[in-house]
Design a binder for this molecule. Structure first.
Ligand code: ZN
Length: 188
């Protein structure tokens, strides 16, 4: 799979995972303020009138110039989403009730306060549970079932980008993980 490019705002906050094509656009329109990473992806374009072959070297991490407005719109918290992949990744595929580590298809999203009791679909109310534990718990309250082996938390923006990235390159992973809070399970 072709690696994605990590786009940052001018202050260095992760803004979006973008395609290499989108990154080329930012380079070509002179909107890359600074870039990081050992690797380079080289793209060759046409030949100019002067006979020079145009070439763009895309770095794995680019900061977008004139992005102050983008920065002001960044939300601190990013959504959990409907797909369970971010949740399972946060909890490292570990059931919050029995502690077992399972394959994805054996896992489910458990609502700490069950939805039938008004529990919301949020990072703080969801944990990973194996299907057996989830069924056994049903709509019970946690204190009537079993204690949670770990507590849910909201991933920070940097952690969220690690969780949501596909084929994250070493440079990108290093950049993002340097900003993780200590409670992050990705550091364990
Ligand atoms: Zn379990």
């Amino acid at each position: 799979m072709i690696p994605q490019i990590l786009a940052l705002d001018i202050a260095g906050n992760p803004f979006e995972w973008i395609s290499q094509q989108d990154a080329i656009y930012y380079y070509a329109t002179d909107k890359v303020a600074w870039a990081l990473g050992e690797r380079e992806f080289i793209f060759r374009g046409g030949v100019s009138n002067a006979g020079v072959l145009s070439e763009i070297a895309v770095k794995p991490i680019i900061a977008i110039a004139r992005s102050e407005r983008m920065t002001s719109m960044l939300r601190r918290q990013l959504p959990l989403g409907d797909d369970n992949s971010l949740l399972f990744a946060r909890d490292r595929n570990t059931c919050a009730f029995c502690g077992g580590v399972y394959a994805r298809h054996q896992l489910s999203r458990d609502h700490v306060l069950a939805r039938t009791h008004g529990g919301p679909d949020t990072w703080m109310n969801c944990v990973t549970a194996c299907r057996t534990c989830n069924q056994a718990k049903g709509a019970s309250y946690v204190h009537d079932f079993r204690p949670l082996l770990y507590v849910p938390y909201v991933p920070c923006r940097f952690e969220h980008f690690i969780l949501s990235g596909r084929n994250v390159l070493a440079d990108q992973h290093d950049y993002l993980s340097a900003k993780l809070p200590r409670h992050s399970r990705l550091l364990a």
